[in-house]
Design a protein around this ligand. Structure first.
Ligand SMILES: NC(=O)c1ccc[n+]([C@@H]2O[C@H](COP(=O)([O-])OP(=O)(O)OC[C@H]3O[C@@H](n4cnc5c(N)ncnc54)[C@H](OP(=O)(O)O)[C@@H]3O)[C@@H](O)[C@H]2O)c1
Length: 312
């Protein structure tokens, strides 16, 4: 190993076969961190996951067989690293209750990144609608803080792959070319960041004291747009005006209540991002936050306009 890699934290990533975890592992290896991936046995019999593991292993990932449920092997791997990044899915967030005591037992972890990677769970004011999606993430924060584990929480807002491929139209697979629904008055700004950029920002924070015990917000100026602005950009690209149908906040709430869970969650996220706009209306300093694009101006993130070009 070269000396640059030796001076950098060793990172264990949980969830390298998943969507974000794979990007995190690539970014970590790219930045010359010694990188370990905790992988469940079942992943090896899934051809897509096996392909990802082969790719990462060729790039230098050390694969560690285990799971959050296997505390002994978990503690053994934790003792080899300085930093843990967890990227289990939203459904598995409370499984991190197994990880926190293991981190405590290992005693060597200088920083933990729980699986968040979305809107700030302590700031998002829709908990009555979301079946405790954000409450579960907040619960893990409180556990981490109660145990005195050093942390960084990553609040990256929406992944570009989540709502942007449909131009924020629930149920569509591609952006509309005739008519479009706009929720609320269409002037509330939401934020999108590409997963590979989320990963690059996350890995940049690992050894940065400015982000220790802080919330890292990602709100790139070029990617913070209202639905009206988003549609303006799309119209220019396709050279055509769309029929704009405004859906009031009350109507969106009615649709959310009438649609069974979890099918209504996409509308819940649209409500929190583009009607309530929680992520753009608070002062990050009073929220124990730092802004990723200000700390790492050299990271060339993908803009919404560039992303929309890939959908033409
Ligand atoms: N901001 C947004 O727009 C947005 C969108 C989607 C997700 N997210 C957030 O991003 C984070 C990651 O979600 P994702 O969609 O990337 O997840 P994902 O693709 O479902 O991947 C989950 C990963 O966790 C692993 N895993 C699950 N349970 C495990 C266990 N008990 N032990 C070890 N590994 C385990 C899975 O391994 P196997 O391969 O063995 O199953 C898989 O690698 C979540 O916090 C989610 O809420 C944000």
């Amino acid at each position: 190993m070269n000396s640059m890699a030796e001076s950098k934290s060793k990172i264990l990533i949980i969830g390298v076969t998943g969507n974000l975890g794979f990007e995190l592992a690539k970014a970590s290896l790219n930045a010359s961190h010694r990188t370990l991936g905790l992988v469940r046995e079942s992943a090896f019999s899934d051809s897509n996951k096996l392909q990802k593991l082969q790719f990462l292993s060729n790039a230098g990932l050390d694969i560690c067989k285990g799971s959050l449920q296997d505390e002994e092997s978990l503690v053994k791997y934790l003792k080899h690293v300085d930093v843990v990044i967890c990227a289990v899915s939203a459904k598995q967030v409370l499984d991190q209750k197994l990880l926190v005591p293991a981190i405590k037992r290992a005693g060597c972890i200088k920083r933990f990144f729980p699986s968040e990677f979305g809107l700030d769970p302590d700031k998002t004011r829709i908990s009555h609608l979301d079946h405790d999606f954000y409450l579960r993430k907040s619960e893990i924060r409180r556990l981490v803080e109660a145990e005195g584990i050093p942390y960084t929480y990553i609040c990256c807002n929406f992944y570009t792959s989540y709502l942007l491929p449909s131009l924020v139209q629930p149920g569509l697979q591609a952006p509309p070319r005739d008519k479009v629904c706009i929720f609320g008055d269409g002037n509330v700004k939401g934020v999108f960041v590409k997963e590979s950029d989320v990963a690059a920002f996350t890995i940049s924070t690992v050894d940065d004291p400015r982000t220790l015990n802080k919330v890292l917000y990602l709100r790139p100026p070029g990617n913070t747009l209202s639905m009206n602005e988003l549609i303006d950009i799309w119209e220019k690209k396709i050279g055509k005006s769309l029929e704009r149908n405004y859906i009031s906040e009350e109507e969106l709430l009615k649709r959310i209540h009438e649609t069974p869970f979890p099918d209504n969650m996409q509308m819940v996220f649209i409500y929190s991002g583009f009607v309530k706009g929680d992520q753009t209306y608070f002062d990050i300093e009073s929220s124990n936050g730092v802004e990723g694009t200000q700390l790492y101006p050299y990271i060339k993130y993908t803009t919404i306009s560039e992303y929309l070009d890939t959908l033409l």
